[in-house]
Every structure is written in C-alpha cells, then in structure tokens.
Design a protein around this ligand. Structure first.
Ligand code: ZN
Length: 260
C-alpha cells in the first residue's frame, strides 16, 4: 500500500455506509479510481463539504494495486467550480464531460487527459452565455481526442483518401469515426454535412480556433453529432448525463430543420 497525492476531480459519490461514501475520481496520477471516504458523513468530518460532484482538489489516496477500492485519506479542495451549478446548460455539459471521462478513462496515469478534462470544465465556467453549447461540444471533442478516440476530419477514416464532397456535402460516419471518401461513403449511409456544418465541426475540434457561434438548432445538431459519436465508441449501456445534455431537456427548442 502506498500513499499517492494527486490532483483529482470528483466524478461521482454514493453512500457506502452510515458514515462513509464511495467517490469516483478522475486523478492526474492514477487515472479513474474509486475510493472510500470513511467518516465523510459524520458531522465534523475532516472532508467538510469538499467531496461534491465536480469539485477539484488534492486527493491523498492509500492505493493498493490489488484492490479496486482505495482509501481516500484527505481531499483538500482547490476549485469547487460552483459556477457550474448555477446554470443548467453549463452543468449539463460538465456532467456529460465527466461521464465521458469516467467511462473512457483508464485506471492509469493520464496527465494530459486530466488537463484537457479540467480545461473543458474551466471553459464551461467561463464561456459567455451565448457560447455555452459550443464550449461543451468543443470540450467533448477535445477529451475524446486526447483519450485516443478523436474523429478523423481531414482524410477518409477508412483508407486515408481525400474526403468525399457530393453536392458540396461531406460524408461523416459516427460508427467509423470520421469523414469518408466517395468510395467508402457509397457503401454506407453516412451523415451528409453541409459545408458550413463541416467547417463548424472542424472549428469545434480546433482548440486554437475561436468558438463558433451556434444558434439553437445548430447547437442541438452538434451536441447530437458528438453524443452519437461517443456512444458508438463506448459499450456503456447507460449514459444518462450524455443523454440529458444531448437532448437539452431543460430548453424547449422548436423542431429543427438542421441536417446532422
Ligand atoms: Zn475511404
């Protein structure tokens, strides 16, 4: 057993006993881990209120290689990201991002993915009100890419040939994981992205580009495309947070004519 001190974000908590909780953590040094926080539900617990969903802090973990459940000795909160809780769109995006991290992240060191994940959460805190959807979609694509499942957007995902443009539209296949050339597109029934939607998709995948402005229907379409892509790359049965974010269940969008 060894003591590991690592930055970590709380992805999930549930009650374990009268006084203890189990927390699922995204950690920088150990990847996705579960740990028991003993005594956290006692009135004067040393954890205080730090172990909340999306809180970031320095976790002290007694780590056993052979055990799935480790012991959380301390969690010193460094960033509670309370700005996420007050806005349902930001919160839904953060919850979807956390679910992807939880389901796709390995129980192994992931410093780069940890940074991309927490940068995505920060982007969701700071994005202007009109850009929250674009920020969430960008964060999702960036995390998926860092975890090694990113979409191929420049060349055919199957054979590397130039992308197909039929009537100006780009063939995109979520099951295959990216754009398709004309030959490959002919054997599939891919999504046909209008040029503007394709450009937006590329911009959303480019963390150096300005966040594109998306109206309601286009934001919904890009959430749908990203969610569908993630689902195809996970065998997970239930992705409740991703579903909630994708459907934007808290707004009332008009039926959309967007194409994705
Ligand atoms: Zn091809």
């Amino acid at each position: 057993m060894s003591l590991v001190i690592t930055p970590a974000v709380v992805l999930q908590t549930y009650r374990y006993s009268e006084t203890s909780k189990v927390v699922r953590l995204a950690t920088r040094e150990l990847g996705i881990q579960s740990a028991i926080a003993k005594g956290v539900l006692r009135p004067k617990s040393r954890f205080g209120a730090a172990l909340e969903f999306l809180s970031e802090g320095e976790a002290q973990l007694y780590y056993r290689d052979s055990r799935e459940l480790h012991t959380l000795a301390a969690f010193d909160a460094t960033n509670l990201r309370r700005g996420l809780a007050g806005d349902v769109a930001r919160f839904a995006g953060a919850a979807a991002l956390s679910q992807i991290m939880f389901k796709m992240g390995p129980p192994a060191p992931l410093p780069a993915a940890y940074i991309v994940f927490t940068s995505g959460l920060d982007l969701l805190v700071t994005a202007p009100a009109g850009a929250v959807d674009a920020a969430a979609v960008r964060a999702v694509w960036a995390l998926v890419t860092e975890l090694g499942f990113g979409p191929s957007l420049q060349a055919c995902v199957r054979d590397g040939a130039p992308v197909a443009e039929e009537g100006g539209r780009i063939a995109f296949s979520a099951p295959d994981g990216g754009v398709l050339c004309a030959r490959c597109a002919a054997t599939q029934s891919p999504t046909r992205l209008p040029p503007e939607d394709y450009r937006v998709l590329v911009a959303l995948n480019d963390t150096g580009a300005d966040l594109p402005e998306l109206d309601g229907p286009h934001a919904a379409a890009h959430r749908r495309l990203a969610a569908r892509f993630v689902r195809h790359h996970l065998d997970a049965v239930s992705l409740s947070a991703l579903d909630f974010w994708e459907r934007s269940s808290w707004t009332r969008l008009q039926p959309t004519s967007a194409v994705l």
